[in-house]
Write a protein that binds this ligand. Structure first.
Ligand code: AMP
Ligand code: MG
Length: 477
């Protein structure tokens, strides 16, 4: 266990200098309170849960105090937003406090979101509100618990500082952890501003610190792109398999590590709807659920463009052509596990497609229906409008299932009973806004073991009530 003040910092990104980031001091929250903390994220920093009870913990993560070895920096990047290039973005409401090295030698970026204005804040105030901080906290930790790669969240703090959105709200901060905060948009920024030396430095930094295994390849930069593409394919497969809609898949929100990053108006599907658009501001449905694989491919093409100084266009195109097959292979693997299908059969894709079509037509709750199938619930046919067609499908499905005794437990272990539904998040947020943090903490706790039935948790397994089905979540966070 480490004392809070004794974290070991090794600020590699800060050492790249002012071309890559600007020194900024966090603007503290007034009268800060700790809203929720993740014990498993604390362990990544070698911290013990009891340490979250101290005033010092809250002060550090509300920007009131700062480690002497931290070097807070705002990173510069750009990116394609909704298909259009935005030449100047950057950390407008968050700071990279520094990089902590834990006892296993892992580097973890400490990023304080909502830390006040920076040179990249444009018209914004640099603040984050409580609701969006809680939403990011819950989603990061819930995705991680589902085995889907994500940035992590250590804690949320809340202050008295007023923040003006549609109404007056309170400022909050989220402490985000990730092995790196480099985005596709970092490469685009240096490529489109013709800073070739800086782009070279960024590629070297990424190779050395995020993909050291690529250094021994004949063409390390080519290997870097192939590896980013592979991880991204695996990530999107996880999203599609568990019904996660990111909502703002701009290239500045795409992590070079292939982890879920920068949460906005995300949603886990309630009823299965392939065309679901969770971002109220996405009028054209660019980031609809079923478009996520194609958008990831498009975003990778933006990254490929920025890597053309190092990798031949032919090689980049060849790699890009692999994206959909790689995605599909990861996706089918996950869905076979969820359905308990043994081995692989040529008819699997078609059989899965029939199930999804039937869920779409019958507006079945996505994760509940899969859990019911996993548990061989005899009532599952009644969830579908065309029960005769479902009976026929179930015969084929059962022929595909493994019969060994551990099969049921296997299927349960990858079919969540508890999902971070928008209405559950909304209930917890409403309580927190009234000063009661218990419901957020409880929801977080339940979502840490999403596939295991838990005592007194049946209300978290319920599908949404009517009011909770079509909540509109906007970008104003
Ligand atoms: P996001 O939608 O969170 O990915 O943000 C897109 C860009 O807008 C990033 O450069 C953010 O840093 C910036 N941004 C978002 N909200 C604010 C805010 N309240 N103040 C300053 N910058 C912001
Ligand atoms: Mg962003």
């Amino acid at each position: 266990m480490k004392a809070l003040t004794e974290l070991t910092f090794d600020n590699r990104f800060a050492q790249l200098g002012d071309t890559f980031s600007s020194a900024v001091i966090p603007q503290p929250l007034h009268n800060p309170r700790l809203v929720v903390v993740s014990q498993s994220a604390m362990a990544l920093l070698d911290l013990h849960p009891d340490q979250a009870e101290t005033n010092l913990f809250t002060e550090l993560f509300a920007g009131q105090k700062i480690w002497s070895d931290a070097e807070p920096r705002a990173m510069v990047y750009s990116g394609h937003q909704f298909g259009h290039y935005n030449p100047q973005l950057g950390d407008g409401r968050g700071l990279l406090l520094g990089e902590v090295v834990n006892s296993r030698g892992e580097h973890w970026d400490l990023h304080l979101k909502g830390a006040g204005s920076t040179p990249y804040s444009r018209m914004g105030d640099g603040r984050a509100v409580l609701r969006s901080s809680i939403r990011e906290f819950l989603a990061s930790e819930a995705l991680h618990a589902l085995g889907i790669p994500s940035s992590r969240a250590l804690c949320v703090t809340l202050g008295d500082n007023p923040v003006y959105r549609e109404t007056e709200e309170r400022a909050a901060m989220l402490l985000r952890l990730a092995p790196s905060h480099i985005r596709f948009g970092h490469f685009e920024f240096f490529y489109y501003t013709n800073q070739s030396d800086a782009l070279r430095q960024l590629v070297d930094f990424t190779l050395d610190n995020c993909y050291p295994e690529c250094r021994s390849e004949p063409e390390p930069e080519h290997a870097l792109f192939r590896n980013v593409l592979e991880r991204t394919a695996e990530l999107i497969a996880g999203w599609q398999a568990y019904g996660f809609c990111h909502g703002v898949m701009n290239t500045d929100n795409m992590s070079i590590l292939g982890i879920t990053f920068d949460f906005g108006p995300y949603a886990f599907l309630d009823d299965y709807d392939a065309r679901h658009v969770c971002n109220h501001s996405d009028h054209e449905g660019r980031y609809a659920f079923h478009r996520q694989p194609a958008i990831a491919h498009w975003n990778l093409a933006c990254l490929a463009q920025a890597l053309t100084p190092f990798v031949s266009v032919d090689n980049l195109k060849q790699e890009l052509a692999q994206f959909m097959p790689r995605f599909q292979s990861h996706y089918l693997k996950l869905m076979r596990a969820r359905l308990g299908w043994a081995g692989t059969q040529p008819e699997d894709e078609g059989l899965l497609e029939q199930l999804l079509q039937a869920m779409q037509t019958s507006a079945c709750d996505y994760n509940q229906t899969l859990r019911a199938l996993a548990e061989d619930d005899p009532g599952v046919r009644d969830r579908f409008i065309d029960r005769q067609a479902m009976d026929n499908w179930l015969i084929l499905h059962r022929q595909r299932q493994t019969l060994d005794p551990s099969a049921l437990a296997q299927r349960q272990s990858c079919n969540p009973l508890y999902i971070l539904r928008n209405y559950l998040a909304q209930q917890a947020i409403s309580a927190a806004e009234q000063g009661d943090f218990g419901p957020v903490q409880r929801l977080h706790e339940v979502l840490q073991r999403p596939c295991q039935e838990q005592a007194d948790a049946s209300q978290f397994a319920a599908p949404p009530p009517d009011w909770g089905k079509h909540l509109e979540i906007s970008c104003s966070s």
